[in-house]
Design a protein around this ligand. Structure first.
Ligand SMILES: Nc1ncnc2c1ncn2[C@@H]1O[C@H](COP(=O)(O)OP(=O)(O)OP(=O)(O)O)[C@@H](O)[C@H]1O
Length: 233
């Protein structure tokens, strides 16, 4: 699985309200675990959303496994699972059980097969006792776990996660970290929880729409801290 980002810039809006949030970003990503860190508003989420074609670049191109997000968005979305910071954006069905089953509808599996997969996923994420509860009444952290369970059941080739542990207490954040560590597919993780990245293969630091550091986690985190200290003075 190779992600090819070539000369990508992105501007939201136009005229006097135009705001350029990515500037000439070019990068090739092929590692198993890739972290993205940077200040609020530095362009991380915009970059992440480009990886599954949710946002198209104003200029430049993004290709995932050879598929251009502009020309072949469906093929890209089939391969790339996305976890949002705000799990409400992702909950589509009334009950927990139905929501997790939703992504499996087109698989052609029997009802029994779907039920057994959904049951296993709910158990793995500590949601077994909530199967028939209204999904919107779960706590923020439980919703985040529900969203993750639903995306993973679709077995994406690449998982992009935009701050998936923001709403989670320590136990659930650790649960998510463990789940992520064991996933078979490559993961791109945006986070402000730097300790999640300790074992990652590669970490990108974003600043003002550019990648200003690209390397091992320890060095990337040091570069990020230095950036924050400089901007804070
Ligand atoms: N749909 C949009 N329309 C207009 N501006 C937007 C839109 N989405 C994001 N922006 C702006 O683009 C800039 C970059 O946002 P982005 O969400 O990519 O940053 P980020 O690095 O992920 O920040 P955070 O760490 O706070 O999540 C921000 O100033 C934001 O206000």
């Amino acid at each position: 699985m190779l992600i090819e980002v070539d000369g990508v810039s992105h501007t939201y809006g136009d005229g006097p309200l135009a705001r350029t949030v990515l500037r000439e970003v070019s990068v090739r990503l092929g590692e198993r675990r890739i972290g993205i860190i940077g200040a609020n508003g530095s362009g991380k989420s915009t970059f992440a959303r480009m990886l599954n074609g949710l946002v198209l670049p104003t200029t430049g191109s993004v290709r995932v496994d050879g598929h251009d997000t502009r020309k072949d968005g469906r093929a890209v979305r089939r391969r790339v699972g996305f976890c949002f910071t705000d799990p409400d954006a992702q909950i589509v069905m009334p009950t927990v059980q139905e929501d997790v089953a939703f992504g499996l509808r087109r698989r052609g599996w029997s009802k029994q097969e779907v039920a057994s997969r959904v049951g296993a996923a709910l158990a793995a994420y500590g949601l077994a006792g909530h199967a028939d509860h209204p999904a919107h009444l779960l706590s923020g952290g439980q919703k985040q776990l529900l969203a993750l369970a639903s995306v993973l059941l679709t077995e994406p080739d690449l998982l992009v996660m935009d701050e998936p542990t923001t709403l989670l207490d320590l136990r659930n954040a650790q649960r998510v970290a463990r789940v992520v560590a064991e996933l078979p597919m490559p993961v791109v993780l945006l986070t402000h929880h730097l300790d999640l990245l300790a074992d990652f293969d590669r970490v990108l630091v974003f600043d003002d729409g550019r990648i200003t550091f690209d390397g091992a986690p320890g060095e990337a985190i040091a570069a990020y801290r230095e950036l924050m200290a400089r901007d804070g003075t």
